[in-house]
Design a protein around this ligand. Structure first.
Ligand code: CUA
Length: 310
């Protein structure tokens, strides 16, 4: 019978994470065993009544002291650089990553593809392509966890977090919520289904979408943008009360306060919900807050629309 010590490795991160995990486990085991064996040996050697030498001569060698201290310091610096590298890789999605969205709610996962397809407790992705998942929660803290990908990311209400991965082989992998989120936390599970790119394209066109096929998110966002009256102030020609939004996404924005911030998804979200928090230089704090008027899905649609403006 097979008894796997770790889950299957199905993403580009998996072997790196496992190597870090294995190395530290091995290192800790070695230290623990060394201390335990020495403690046992000396316990026996110096037990009451033995003829062991107890004179304790002052023979500490500076050379020995400094070399083991320097050696360990170097070793841990190497560990630091190595693990920081793994961490930064996992925190930095490549520019070519496909954007997808996930919302956690008690007690299910809802995923959206930019073209509008929506899924519940299932996420279909193509193999061999980086996927960037923007995550948020509609209620309490959840955690997006796919053991086979070695990806775990907390999903928080009121803000966006990001996880990315590149699956390396087609298959069906467990998806868990890894943060206790209420009495049906254990049922907040699902699957990530990794498909060949051609199958994935086919699935996007003809798959079964219980949560709706939806329209492309940017188009839904554009309609909201009109309906909520955003377009009256954020005019493309810059004559409105608010700044024009074309080309803003991903760029630095100078604020009234003198600060410069990057217009990422979180900035757009905050600007909609807490508009007086970050006023763009040269504009007045006249925008009303949309707090309580928009759901997470609508916010994501607006984000996707503003991203699509180039
Ligand atoms: Cu959601 Cu636990």
């Amino acid at each position: 019978m097979e008894f796997p010590l770790t889950p299957e490795q199905a993403s580009t991160f998996a072997k790196h994470v496992d190597l870090v995990f294995g190395t530290f486990t091995g290192f800790n085991l070695l230290l623990t065993l060394t201390v335990a064996v020495l403690a046992l040996y000396w316990t026996v050697k110096y037990r009451e009544g033995t003829k062991a030498d107890r004179s304790n001569p002052p023979e500490a060698s500076t050379k020995v002291e400094t070399s083991w201290l320097a050696g360990l310091t170097l070793l841990f610096l190497v560990f630091f650089l190595w693990t920081a590298r793994v961490y930064f890789d996992m925190a930095t999605p490549p520019a070519s990553a496909i954007q997808m969205y996930g919302i956690g709610k008690q007690w299910m996962w809802k995923f959206q593809h930019p073209d509008g397809q929506q899924e519940i407790d299932e996420l279909h992705v193509p193999v061999g392509q980086p996927i960037r998942l923007l995550l948020t929660s509609q209620d309490v803290i959840h955690s997006f966890y796919v053991p086979a990908f070695r990806v775990k990311q907390d999903v928080l209400p009121g803000r966006y977090t990001m996880a990315w991965f590149e699956a390396t082989k087609p298959g069906k992998y467990h998806l868990f919520c890894a943060e206790y989120c209420g009495n049906q936390h254990s049922g907040m599970i699902g699957h990530v289904i990794v498909m060949d790119p051609a199958d994935y394209e086919q699935w996007l066109k003809s798959g079964f979408f219980p949560a709706g096929r939806g329209r492309p998110m940017a188009a839904a966002g554009q309609q909201l943008f009109q309906k909520l009256g955003c377009s009256g102030c954020h005019r493309p020609d810059g004559t409105g009360l608010g700044p024009p939004l074309a080309g803003v996404f991903g760029k630095p924005v100078p604020l009234q306060s003198g600060e410069i911030v990057i217009a990422d998804e979180r900035y757009i979200r905050d600007s909609i919900l807490l508009p007086t928090g970050q006023i763009v230089a040269g504009y007045n704090p006249v925008m009303p807050s949309f707090q309580g008027r928009l759901g997470e899905e609508q916010l994501l649609q607006l984000v996707e629309y503003i991203k699509s403006l180039g």
